[in-house]
Design a protein around this ligand. Structure first.
Ligand SMILES: [Mg+2]
Length: 263
């Protein structure tokens, strides 16, 4: 699917990239959407936006895993989060109220979407040197919409959404599948993502060299030394990391060591 932009140098190089909070600024979009929706909930009066957004993010993480395991639909999960958020602030949310809030939030989220700065330029530059797969833990349709919003759908060789393929990061099989679609070799490819648990640990488990996009300045978990960037800009720096694995000794060591998954 999409335009096959580059087959790289023919050496089996592939670039796997995460979507949310790597290319698409999910965290900022959530914060903006909460900011727009909060006035619908009188119980939120006086609660700082940062606190609301942080709590919503926590609820999102908790329900997201239930969505990944097929226990909730995306829409159900959204309503569950809103009911919890209202209840935690002393209110009550009937099924109907939760649904109304979830729908309003959803509209705000769509209207206030933001890319991670530098994302589109980076993907275009990467696609010029190697085929790119976006690998995301999500349903099949949401990532498509986000790629189109970002204007990079045609630069991405394949989109691998966990719900569509039946496995999710950090399961190595989702990385294997992405590599197969790209015709790429694990030991020549990279995975760029913000989640240590899903993207970095997952890539290592599949024998793929990770580049950790530590955009929120999180403390580095104990374990393997992997290449780390805190900004997608300049694209040149990351393209160089992709093209010249041996320029960064620690990352190279990680590939050959193939550390165990999980912590
Ligand atoms: Mg992410």
């Amino acid at each position: 699917m999409g335009r096959s932009v580059a087959s790289g140098d023919g050496g089996g190089v592939g670039v796997l990239v995460d979507l949310d909070d790597t290319l698409f600024d999910h965290t900022l979009t959530v914060r903006r959407a909460i900011g727009r929706t909060r006035h619908l909930v009188p119980e939120f009066a006086g609660v700082p936006l940062d606190r609301l957004a942080r709590r919503y993010g926590e609820l999102l993480n908790a329900t997201h895993s239930r969505v990944l395991h097929g226990e909730l639909t995306t829409a159900e999960a959204r309503a569950v989060r809103w009911r919890r958020l209202v209840e935690e602030h002393g209110g009550r949310a009937s099924a109907r109220r939760a649904k109304v809030l979830a729908t309003a939030y959803r509209r705000a989220y769509d209207a206030l979407r933001r890319p991670v700065p530098g994302a589109a330029t980076l993907v275009r530059r990467l696609a010029a040197v190697a085929p790119v797969a976006v690998v995301t833990n999500n349903n099949a349709y949401e990532p498509e919409r986000k790629l189109r919003f970002l204007g990079i759908r045609d630069d991405v060789h394949t989109l691998v959404a966990s719900a569509a393929v039946g496995v999710h990061k950090p399961d190595p099989r989702i990385f294997d599948l992405a590599l197969a679609r790209l015709g790429a070799r694990a030991d020549r490819s990279v995975m760029i993502g913000d989640s240590w648990e899903w993207d970095v640990v997952g890539a290592l488990g599949a024998g793929v060299r990770p580049i950790w996009f530590n955009r929120f300045a999180r403390p580095r978990p104990p374990g393997p030394d992997v290449a780390e960037v805190d900004d997608l800009r300049p694209a040149r720096r990351i393209v160089e990391l992709v093209r010249s694995p041996r320029a960064r000794a620690p990352a190279t060591r990680v590939i050959t060591r193939r550390p165990v998954r999980g912590r």
